[in-house]
Write a protein that binds this ligand. Structure first.
Ligand SMILES: Cc1ncc(COP(=O)(O)O)c(C=O)c1O
Length: 417
């Protein structure tokens, strides 16, 4: 390990203790970033296929300048009027179906999901939440309970029930029906235990479950089952939101459903902490009749300036169309590679693709792990997901080019064949 890196690892362990998690056996010390690249202290530029926070490109000059200018002029909490919050809220809400016309700003995806759980429980009068088996929705006490992937020991409490990921390998050709039946069975199980159902919470690209996107529309029957049982449908857009799927701004729109509550985070400020919840006014009003909600740093002028700049860059740089075009190229190349490698599935939408590895013995997380380390040697950063950790999660910034994805697939080809 380079001496500068070793010294920082030592300091990190001393200060941050057991809570410190670092990527790679020999961690990378990052010094700056631009576009699709991170520059490390080893003098190399690393292509960022891990991403999903600075999705319009690292240190995008428009976002940087918007925050710099705003923070130098006025940055206060949200109990005063300031213009940028209205410009931002109106532009953001215009990307949603008309019924979803109120937004509550927070600072993190976890806070958004925490608030969404409170809304669903208030409206339904229930407590029970259904999530997928390897879901991650955040880190508050309540949200950890609905994040089965966070449990190293034990399992979520009784009011949280799990359904399998919407995997064609499990449900066959009718994923929609299979997934809806699984939700129905868990609603019945909750009720048999005397727990009233409050809602279904899913990440609409099922990222931590291993990326499941197809066929578009498969969520619809599960949402109908949820509503028929008095529950609310919460769409977690922290991962697929802001154009990543290449078909509009939101993952849920690929499924032809209008959620009751939508939660957002990560890409919303391109690295500036801004997150939020969008819902129908009557849902928010019912909650606010019982509780106040104030979040000191949320919706500050600087946060709104960052959010507004991100929306403008997505439009001006044509990033949704780019996600669709580059994503198609990536998927096609990966499917060609599949014929010559131990790849059991290539799936996803736009610039969110999962590549699943397996052998005749079953899921092969060791292949995914080997590739993560091997790609690092090729100057490419990437991660894995899925119940068995055997799905390579391809999630670059939306500004990547076909040249960038060719670099990834060429490296994969070399490592795998
Ligand atoms: C789907 C999903 N929801 C919520 C969160 C929580 O967001 P945050 O880390 O901003 O609290 C994450 C974070 O990884 C996520 O992937």
């Amino acid at each position: 390990m380079a001496p500068d890196v070793a010294a920082l690892v030592e300091r990190r362990r001393a200060s941050f203790g057991a809570g410190s998690v670092l990527f790679y056996d020999e961690p990378l010390r990052m010094v700056r970033a631009e576009g699709a690249y991170l520059h490390a202290s080893d003098g190399r530029a690393y292509l960022d296929f891990y991403n999903n926070v600075p999705t319009v490109g690292h240190c995008h000059p428009k976002v940087v300048e918007a925050v710099r200018a705003q923070i130098g002029e006025l940055n206060i909490h949200s109990r005063y009027l300031f213009d940028v919050s209205h410009d931002y809220a109106e532009k953001l809400l215009a990307t949603f179906p008309p019924a979803l016309s109120n937004v509550v700003l927070t600072c993190t995806g976890s806070e958004s999901n925490d608030f969404a759980l409170r809304l669903a429980r208030k409206i339904s009068g229930g407590e029970g939440i259904i999530v997928t088996r390897t879901a991650y929705h955040g880190n508050t006490a309540a949200v950890t309970e609905v994040s089965p992937s966070s449990y190293k020991n034990g399992a979520p409490p009784r009011h949280v029930r799990m359904v399998p990921a919407p995997d064609p390998a499990l449900f066959g050709n009718d994923v929609a029906q299979g997934f809806a039946d699984a939700v129905r069975a868990e609603i019945a199980a909750l009720e048999a235990d005397g727990i009233r159902f409050a809602g279904l919470l899913v990440d609409t690209i099922f990222s931590s479950d291993g990326v499941y996107a197809d066929p578009p529309g498969f969520l619809k029957p599960a949402v109908e089952v949820t509503r028929a049982a008095g529950g609310l449908f919460i769409a977690d857009e922290v991962q697929p939101g802001f154009g990543r799927t290449g078909t509009g701004m939101w993952g849920f729109s690929r499924h032809g459903v209008v959620p009751d509550i939508v939660t957002m985070g990560k890409p919303m400020g391109n690295g500036y902490p801004i997150a939020g919840v969008v819902t129908r006014p009557e849902i928010l009003a019912a909650f606010c009749a019982d509780f106040g909600y104030f979040n000191t740093f949320a919706g500050s002028p600087a946060a709104c300036a960052a959010g507004l700049a991100v929306l403008e860059v997505i439009e001006e740089d044509g990033l949704i169309a780019n996600a669709a075009r580059v994503g198609r190229h990536l998927e096609a190349r990966l499917k060609r590679l599949q014929a010559r490698a131990p790849i059991t599935a290539v799936r996803g939408a736009g610039l969110y693709i999962g590549v699943e590895f397996g052998t005749e013995k079953g899921p092969a997380p060791e292949i995914a792990k080997g590739l993560i380390n091997g790609l690092r040697q090729h100057g490419i950063l990437i991660g894995a997901a899925g119940r068995y950790g055997n799905v390579l999660k391809i999630r670059p910034p939306l500004c990547v080019t076909t040249g960038h994805v060719d670099m990834l697939v060429d490296a994969l080809e070399e490592l795998l064949t």
